[in-house]
Ligand binder design. Structure first.
Ligand code: ZN
Length: 174
């Protein structure tokens, strides 16, 4: 297992739609293991493959560092939300946008289906933080960042701050 570099906004790979995984081989198994290690090292509660520069539909989630949960480590391929109900609002950040967070409106109760690392079908029904994290990671597979979920005004304000900080960072790197 290895900790992979996490790519940061505004890398265009974060804006791309990721492709479905057709078969599970050693490369996919290794990718999922490396993604889990990278998430724990960060530390974060979720990570999507495009965040390590691989545009395939794979996510890992473990919310137990933030709140007590029996869900443990979830590795999910080709996840799809098949049902959703209600709304929740909560603070959200992203490992690809370090240092920034905002309140984001999400669905509350969701039902997600996908494949585990053995290729077996699985279904997760959840609400609260786990639901929020799953929606955030599935968004990554469609090239959507949490800032894209904000109202236009909030998004523009946050983007200005983000662009200023990232411009400063690249300046400092020269
Ligand atoms: Zn993220």
């Amino acid at each position: 297992m290895a900790v992979l570099p996490i790519i940061k906004y505004p890398d265009r790979r974060l804006k791309s739609k990721s492709r479905p995984i057709k078969s599970i081989d050693k490369d996919i198994e290794r990718l999922l293991d490396d993604m889990a290690e990278t998430m724990y090292e960060a530390p974060g509660v979720g990570l999507a493959a495009p965040q390590v520069g691989v545009n395939v539909r794979a996510i890992v989630v473990d919310i137990s560092v933030r709140e007590e949960s029996t869900a443990g480590l979830i590795k999910l391929l080709n996840p799809a939300i098949i049902f959703s109900e209600g709304q929740q609002v909560g603070e959200e950040g992203c490992l690809s946008l370090p240092g920034f967070s905002s309140l984001v409106k999400r669905k509350d109760l969701i039902k997600v289906e996908g494949l585990n690392e053995k290729g077996e079908e699985m279904e997760i029904e959840c609400s609260g933080l786990l639901s929020r994290v799953l929606q955030h990671e599935i968004d990554h597979l469609n090239g959507i960042l949490f800032i894209d979920r904000l109202s236009r005004l909030k998004r523009e304000l946050l983007k200005k701050r983000i662009d200023r900080v990232f411009a400063m960072e690249s300046y400092a790197a020269f």
